[in-house]
Design a protein around this ligand. Structure first.
Ligand code: ASP
Ligand code: MG
Length: 440
């Protein structure tokens, strides 16, 4: 059995949904189809939640009505038969009535998660209705009945495996199973989610739970590219990379894959394929244990980085200094991305500024603190890049004119990270494209 996950743009238009139903029905082995919400829906639901949270119910009502109208026209183009059309309209009726009821009750955090869940609930139910119209045998496996997270928001892979297995056993012999990405239940039994972009994570967890032959992530680009196609003109897809390389790239800015989605596939050794819905014959990117080749594969940029430098003569020959600094970040649950040290100073970066003020206040007693906001981490990722001849020369040779604030080299054999002011992002990505990949 394999997993095929389709993102928001792959289901965002009726003709796209028709197209992916065609892709799915061509499969020779049984598939679990994991769907995102239609593109734009989760953003709209976030807004509706915010409008309700601030008591602006009139605006929220308008937003709900606008979304409802969008879905009605979607359904009109998706389906032809009166029976399935009526069914789809009843589905819309049920979910939009729920949103209208929410308008009338007092707002809570748990309720906002219920609002967010409507996107995936709708996309999967509508897709199933279309499969029904086309006579494609299928079963809907409700994610809220098997996808669970614990009190630390960590997926409970053991119980996901058992519950999903039981659900599949209830519908034996189907060629197509459909389920929601992104949504889950938390330790209190409430509806929750795996954070924005979390459908990839769902797909990987499901693939791990059923020991899938492959976890296919279908999007609107033909795989992971060597550079950011939104910034640089000429980019090429990477044919194969290791889980480690993919994790570095996903974490450090490649938007194609949710960073958390790597570990379940890696731990259970499930190959991941990144494929293009609009170009299904394109090779895409294969992510497996083996990197496939040695050398630099790709560069990526991570935005909105804050650099903090702590300078202290007390650090000289001292031990325990770094621990005390790290404890401050741990206390405020703020992950550190990059770190470099000298004998009397340490520089580190964070991308979560929620507790920046508190962190800076607690760091003050340690020495002089300098903060640089609006930075970007440029990651150069590959296999055994430190062993690649001339790599460092090529890398720095191609960016001589760019003020690099930090360099992290040797932390892993797969990554070199550079911190530069955000205003240099386009320039450095372009120069690296030429210098490292010979592409302009
Ligand atoms: N619909 C959710 C989002 O937009 C999850 C996903 O698409 O992966 O974030
Ligand atoms: Mg996504």
């Amino acid at each position: 059995m394999k997993v095929m996950k389709f993102g928001g743009t792959s289901v965002g238009k009726p003709e796209r949904m028709h197209h992916i139903a065609g892709l799915v029905s061509k499969e020779t082995e049984p598939v679990i189809v994991v769907l995102s919400a239609l593109s734009g829906t989760t953003n709209a639901l976030v807004e509706i939640g915010e409008q309700i949270a601030r008591g602006d119910r009139a605006t929220a009502k308008q937003s709900i009505e606008k979304l409802e109208a969008h879905y009605h026209s979607f359904v009109n183009d998706l389906l032809k038969e009166p029976a399935t059309l009526a069914k789809a309209r009843a589905i819309l009726g049920e979910h939009f009535e729920f949103l209208h009821i929410i308008l009338k009750i007092s707002f809570s955090e748990a309720l906002s998660k219920d609002i967010l869940a409507q996107g995936e609930l709708l996309s999967t139910k509508l897709f199933c209705t279309y499969l029904e119209e086309k006579g494609i045998e299928h079963a809907l496996l409700p994610a809220l009945e098997f996808m669970t997270i614990d009190a630390n928001d960590e997926p409970q892979i053991g119980s996901i495996k058992i519950k999903l297995g039981q659900l599949i056993a209830h519908h034996p012999g189907k060629r197509v199973y459909v389920t929601q990405g992104y949504i889950c239940r938390n330790s209190r039994g409430e509806v929750d989610n795996l954070k924005r972009g979390g459908s990839d994570y769902s797909a990987s967890l499901i693939a791990a739970a059923i020991q899938a032959t492959v976890c296919e992530i279908w999007t609107d680009i033909d795989g992971m590219h060597n550079n950011d196609p939104r910034v640089v003109k000429k980019t090429v897809p990477v044919e194969q990379m290791s889980f480690e390389e993919a994790a570095e790239l996903a974490y450090f800015g490649a938007k194609i894959l949710h960073p958390a989605s790597i570990w379940p596939a890696q731990q259970y050794n499930i190959p991941v394929k990144l494929l293009n819905t609009m170009q299904p014959e394109a090779k895409g990117t294969l992510i497996v244990q083996e990197a496939g080749s040695v050398g630099v594969k790709a560069v990526a940029a991570k935005d909105n980085i804050i650099a903090i430098r702590i300078k202290s003569s007390r650090m000289l020959l001292a031990y325990g200094f770094l621990r005390k600094i790290f404890e401050v970040f741990e206390k405020y649950r703020t992950p550190i991305d990059m770190i470099t040290t000298s004998e009397v100073a340490v520089s580190l970066t964070i991308d979560n500024s929620v507790y920046l003020k508190e962190i800076l206040r607690e760091l003050e007693p340690f020495g002089t603190i300098e903060v640089d906001e609006s930075q970007v981490i440029i990651s150069v990722v590959g296999n055994e890049i430190s062993r690649t001849e001339d790599m460092v020369k090529k890398l720095f040779g191609s960016i001589m004119n760019i003020p690099v604030r930090m360099v992290s080299y040797g932390g892993s054999p797969h990554n070199i990270s550079l911190l530069v002011p955000a205003s240099y992002k386009t320039q450095i990505l372009q120069q690296l494209n030429k210098g490292m990949f010979g592409l302009e």
